[in-house]
Design a protein around this ligand. Sequence first.
Ligand code: NI
Length: 190
Amino acid sequence: MCMKVLHLGDERLRQISTPVTEVTDDLRATIEQMFELMLKSDGVGLAAPQVGIMQRFFVLIAEDNVKRVFINPQIIKTSTETGSFEEGCLSIPNQYETIVRPLQITVQALNEKGKPFTLEADGFLARIIQHEYDHLDGILYIDRGDPVFKFKVEKQFAERKEKHLAREKAKIAKATKIAEKKAAKATKKA
Ligand code: NI
């Protein structure tokens, strides 16, 4: 399977994912593929719906370089103290915005072996967990920032998608024309 990161404008990024029912070897293989894709893309976190898998899990690597997997995560506590941090997202390339979120969180999840764990996180790690967790509910960081920025970015990506579709359509039209000419020539010869 060729895994690809979906971009803003893809409906799947806006859907609510369903819980993982069983942690299998297949899931572990998918998780490894996600780590590979994330590292190749210079990302620090990647959630399953971002690659079109509508299930509740994500992977991340924070500054301690530890590969972390969160399956069926639940954020059970958030601090009232908040902080600002500039966020980006592999599904919204080349865009960054300062987003306010709680500084500390406590999260419960299953690891890649299916074993439950509880983690108290702060700083960059807490930030990534919250960002990735949002993806499981179809929420993007642009929903939590300036609505003007969100509007601008959504418009830009919609236009990009339209242009891409127009180019694809033109390619098909050209190929059809060439095929028709060839067919006409062949008929004449006959
Ligand atoms: Ni993201």
